[in-house]
Design a protein. Sequence first.
Length: 138
Amino acid sequence: MYCKELIIPKVTPVKFANYKNKHQIEREKRLKYLIDKLTFDKVIEVVNKYFGINEEQILSKSRKRDLVEARQFTQYYLHKVLNYTCVKVGKITGNRDHATVLHACDATKDLMRYESYNKIAGPALEELNDYFNIDEKM
């Protein structure tokens, strides 16, 4: 049998909804990093204002009580309020272990029972919550 016409089905291109090229992925990574950096910088700025501790001291290995409390407050806020993972918080606060971040959250929660700590941490929490538009009280 001989066919005079060859019928070719019409093929429509399929677009992949979830497909992203490498440039889009890189752009998203840079944007995410920038947002994380700006967020961390704002938290550090408020910690510096109320606790008197700068970024270099937060990232240091020092175990002085005032530095530790400021570092723990920073870790608590990033993890519990802004919902960063423990691993990510540990990484951006001086390459600390996730267990250290969990301990910092527990320690900060315990310290918040004391009025003397709340005189410092309370206004810091309020300012950060206002900045990030968070309504809940800790």
